[in-house]
Ligand binder design. Structure first.
Ligand code: DON
Length: 358
């Protein structure tokens, strides 16, 4: 490419990035829901730094056990932050709809708790780390609860089976509608992802039959797997995903619509579950290094929650061995450290003199 064309291309990219920030809704300057939330300028600067630092990272590889995901362009990269006072910052491939995959499990858990109450969900699913891969069969056999927790495949399929409805379509529409309320926009199924996954999900069907053997699934096993497969195939872009996260950060109230989507009293249970298992067998290292409740999906998304402040969502399809987006982990770790988001750090709630070293 000639130097002149490269200069024009760089200028265009810079303009697009600037336009993406400029189009974000600005609240009254200085108005913040949380007294310890960083300013918009701080967040903007740090998110830009992280975006530039990691945009050419090529480590990890796309999920390939779902054929559709193997074909997604691995270079796609988007970052979004939505704050509890509804400010939005976004960079990169922000309009691309990727499949939400396992991040959906968090919102089906929230819906199940809304319908049954937290105690019943805890009894029927449990909340213990499996220490194994997200689709582990031995975990189902060996764990006393069999279901493990609502964020591994077995526990998530069982959680989906708790959702009530006259038939499968009613249950599915209720789930999709609930996700849409959390996102503050109508979400839809990516049909190609659903078809690709439905044709290759014998492993999840096997998990559901094992759960049936232990009487730890609460509706027809294959119907539950099918609804679960649909929920994993819902499309989101990074801004929608960050807003779903911000709804959790904002005590269950969607910061855009003002609607109480998730019950306020369920938020601590959900965030605790995300901390314990949101990144599967990578959750311990994540808690150590980042200290934020988060959830990943094999579609390449991760959303992390800074309670009372907001959420950051990152999309990058290349995954590590545990099934977590490599780029998303790096960006979120960088941003969380720079902005003192770690919930275990006393400075995250305003104590002076305790700031983490970046
Ligand atoms: O059931 C599956 O295997 C996928 N639909 C979801 C797995 C997933 O996203 C694990 N995430 N990191």
């Amino acid at each position: 490419m000639s130097t002149e064309r490269m200069r024009v291309k760089t200028l265009l990219v810079a303009l697009l990035v600037a336009a993406s920030f400029a189009s974000a809704p600005l609240s009254v300057p200085g108005q913040k829901t949380s007294p310890v939330a960083p300013s918009r300028q701080q967040v903007e600067a740090v998110v830009r730094e992280a975006y530039d630092k990691f945009r050419s990272d090529t480590s990890g590889k796309n999920a390939d056990y779902i054929p559709y995901l193997a074909q997604v362009d691995s270079k796609l990269f988007g970052v979004a932050v939505v704050t509890t006072d509804n400010q939005t910052l976004s960079l990169g491939d922000i309009d691309y709809s990727f499949s939400i995959q396992s991040i959906s499990k968090v919102y089906t858990l929230a819906l199940a708790m809304q319908e049954l109450g937290a105690d019943k969900v805890f009894q029927r699913i449990g909340s213990e780390p499996t220490g194994r891969a997200f689709n582990s069969v031995p975990a189902v056999v060996e764990m006393p609860t069999h279901t493990g927790n609502p964020l591994v495949n077995a526990g998530a399929i069982a959680t989906t089976s708790l959702i009530s409805g006259g038939n499968a379509d009613e249950k599915w529409n209720k789930i999709l509608n609930f996700y849409s309320k959390a996102a503050g926009e109508k979400l839809t199924l990516i049909d190609e992802v659903y078809k690709s996954e439905a044709a290759t999900n014998a492993g999840n069907k096997a998990l559901s039959m094992l759960l049936a053997k232990y009487e730890r699934i609460y509706a027809d096993p294959f119907e539950s797997v099918d609804i679960y497969t649909k929920q994993c195939s819902v499309g989101v872009n990074v801004v929608q995903l960050a807003r779903m996260g911000a709804t959790l950060a904002n005590n269950g109230v969607n910061p855009k619509t003002g609607e109480q989507v998730i019950k306020r009293e369920d938020i601590p249970y959900i965030l605790a579950t995300m901390t314990m298992a949101g990144l599967y067998d990578g959750s311990g290292g994540w808690a150590w290094h980042v200290g934020l409740p988060a959830k990943s999906g094999v579609g390449g998304g991760i959303v992390a929650i800074a309670p009372g402040k907001g959420a950051i969502a990152v999309f990058g399809p290349r995954l590590d061995e545990a099934g977590n987006s490599v780029k998303a982990q790096k960006v979120i770790e960088y941003v969380a450290r720079k902005l003192d988001y770690n919930i275990y750090s006393p400075s995250s709630v305003g104590l002076k003199g305790t700031r983490q070293q970046p």
